[in-house]
Design a protein around this ligand. Structure first.
Ligand code: ZN
Length: 170
């Protein structure tokens, strides 16, 4: 397994809609394993393939942050929200948008259909942080970042700051 480079805003691959996985084969499994290792190395709770520069519909998640948490570790291909209920606000950050967090309102509970690491279909009923993380990761597959869900003032401020930093770095 290896730790991959994480793409950061305004990288183009983050803005692309990722095509579906045709078959969960060894190449996809290797990608999943490397993404999981990269996520742990970066202390993230999830990672989507576009975040490591691969435009395909693969996500990995481990949202167990506190002792006693009992969420499954997930490696998924072609995840899709098939139903959603309620609404909840959560302060979200993103490994691809360093130094930025924003309050985002999303459905509180979601049912997600996907393929697992063996290519078998599974259905996940998620609430709490897992529901937030699943929706955040699926957003990445659509080319959508938390910046796109933030207020326009917050978004423009962040873009300006990134530009300024880039100018300073030459
Ligand atoms: Zn993200």
């Amino acid at each position: 397994m290896s730790v991959l480079n994480i793409e950061k805003f305004p990288s183009k691959v983050l803005k692309q809609k990722a095509p579906p996985v045709e078959q969960v084969d060894d190449a996809i499994r290797t990608l999943m394993d490397n993404m999981l290792e990269t996520m742990y190395a970066s202390s993230g709770v999830g990672l989507a393939a576009p975040q490591v520069g691969v435009s395909t519909r693969v996500i990995v998640l481990d949202v167990n942050l506190q002792e006693g948490d009992d969420y499954p570790v997930l490696m998924l291909a072609n995840p899709e929200v098939i139903s959603a209920e309620g609404s909840e606000e959560f302060e979200e950050g993103c490994l691809s948008v360093p130094g930025f967090t924003t309050l985002i309102k999303r459905p509180a509970e979601v049912t997600v259909k996907a393929l697992d690491r063996d290519g078998k279909e599974l259905t996940i009923e998620a609430g709490g942080l897992l529901a937030v993380a699943l929706q955040h990761k699926i957003d990445h597959l659509e080319g959508k970042l938390i910046l796109d869900r933030a207020s326009s003032i917050k978004r423009e401020f962040y873009k300006k700051r990134i530009k300024k930093n880039a100018a300073v770095a030459g």
